[in-house]
Design a protein around this ligand. Sequence first.
Ligand code: ATP
Ligand code: MG
Length: 261
Amino acid sequence: MPSKPPIFSAKHVSMTFGHGKKICHAVRDVSFDIADGAIVSVVGGSGCGKSVLAKIMLGLYKPTLGNFQYQGHPITNQRDHWNEVQSVFQDPFSCFNQFFTIRSQLKDAFGILKNKPAKSEIDDRVDAALRAVNVQPTEIVGKYPFELSGGQMQRMLLARIFALRPKVLVADEPTSMVDACVRANILDYLMKLKQELGMTIVFVTHDIGLAYYVSDQIFIMHEGRIVESGIPDAVALKPKHPVTIQLIDDIPDIHKDWIKR
Ligand SMILES: Nc1ncnc2c1ncn2[C@@H]1O[C@H](COP(=O)(O)OP(=O)(O)OP(=O)(O)O)[C@@H](O)[C@H]1O
Ligand SMILES: [Mg+2]
């Protein structure tokens, strides 16, 4: 039997913006495969190209150079792609319309799916998704996004993912607006998505401690390149690249003990 193609496959992928003196090499010659069902973390400092790489995975950018494939094919139709590959971004408020209730937006999100479930199933799936992120459905009845905190909204984004059940989730700093305790919860929800739904997850973060906690594989990015990659024990416990060593030094004290060296 032929083996399954990877979820994402990048071969010498580069992405530049601008021209001449103003050229910006956001992603430089990266190559990797991401296996079906894996949690892969992309870790690096600000401006190293993480979000641009995430947007290539979402089909929002087409690489300037190289070959990028989803399940063995280039991304040609964005709508088809978003049927299977969805995102959670840094700012949850930008993903919800302030003028509609959260529940109605969670239900409307199903409009993106090719095979939209029946109304009653949508209601059930929204309720189950809210419970999956520890929110009682009654708590948000009639509530608008501006009535919730940043951390609660980030959970609403994750609830949307639980409800829609995409094949792949690209999560770009989903824990940026929450305190350490809620952050650990969100990471647990991500692992629940993987365990219960077999989702492939690409998790973008500054924090190699979080990456170590959730991932099957870690990519370290610096100035657009992947400078080190491997299983968490290899990358976080036996770092080779100076950038990786610096990232470990930068882990917030609050969960430094996640990495036991
Ligand atoms: N649309 C764009 N046009 C021009 N330059 C861009 C564009 N998007 C990103 N860049 C540049 O590409 C580089 C990588 O940006 P990116 O957003 O991927 O960084 P990042 O690693 O996600 O950083 P952060 O951790 O701060 O979110 C930066 O120098 C940024 O200024
Ligand atoms: Mg970013």
